[in-house]
Design a protein around this ligand. Structure first.
Ligand code: TYD
Length: 222
């Protein structure tokens, strides 16, 4: 692959089907012969996993919104240095399970810290690096919550600290994604995430292929 790599991030509220879709996307990119690196936020590195356990532990009810924001960026800084930048420098396609847009949506909108504070931190932690394309898996919060709660089959002890948030929180998070999408429609692609797994996977792959073709990284006929 010529030059620097290609940076894809995947976003959406909890229960949008992100994990399944990321697995399929990575498989499909590899099948095209594209060297692909998966990166995860929070938790894609050993240090990130430690930070993630603090963030998601349901017993940590006292975490302040600003503390939460800084911890997500601490994990992101480590992920960038250890995984994302080296892979991009090596010319790989990096598929990142969430990136700064998650902090804007969850902490900026969900927690009410505002997007300006998040952007300021982003500039310090990530400089001018941003995804080439972001796939926002959009689903109604009520439907996502129903999915997530079905998966855990009523055992609320399995719910992590973020997943325990109420519907209103996820409505604000979704509003954050919708706002970013409206502001940056070229980068942030809205994917309707309410179809079957294979339907959504087709939409995801079509959006990524279009972005790769626009950069000349796969042939236009593929
Ligand atoms: P994630 O590991 O992506 O969980 P899931 O696969 O269940 O969506 O993210 C864990 C939680 O952390 C999730 O509720 C979203 C939240 N989060 C933020 O609030 N801010 C952030 O910057 C990131 C990266 C995640």
């Amino acid at each position: 692959m010529p030059g620097a790599g290609f940076f894809v991030s995947i976003e959406g509220i909890d229960g949008c089907g992100k994990t399944t879709q990321i697995g399929l996307l990575v498989e499909r990119l590899a099948a095209l012969g594209l060297p692909t690196q998966l990166a995860q936020e929070p938790g894609g590195t050993a240090i990130g996993r430690l930070i993630r356990s603090v963030l998601l532990d349901a017993r940590n009810r006292g975490i302040e919104p600003m503390t939460e924001l800084l911890l997500f960026f601490a994990s992101r800084a480590q992920n960038l240095a250890e995984v994302v930048r080296p892979a991009l420098d090596a010319g790989q396609v990096v598929v990142c399970d969430r990136f700064t847009d998650a902090s804007v949506a969850y902490q900026g909108y969900g927690r009410g810290l505002g997007s300006a504070a998040v952007q300021e931190l982003n500039r310090i932690a990530c400089g001018d690096l941003q995804p080439d394309v972001t796939l926002w898996l959009d689903i109604e919060p009520a439907a996502a919550l129903a999915r997530a709660r079905k998966r855990e089959s009523g055992r609320s002890a399995d719910r992590d600290r973020m997943e325990s948030e109420a519907l209103e929180f996820f409505l604000r998070v979704r509003e954050g994604y919708a706002h970013m999408h409206a502001e940056q429609p070229q980068r942030i692609r809205r994917i309707a995430a309410d179809g079957s797994v294979s339907e959504v996977s087709e939409r995801v792959m079509a959006a990524v292929l279009a972005a790769l073709k626009a950069r000349g990284l796969v042939a236009r006929g593929d």
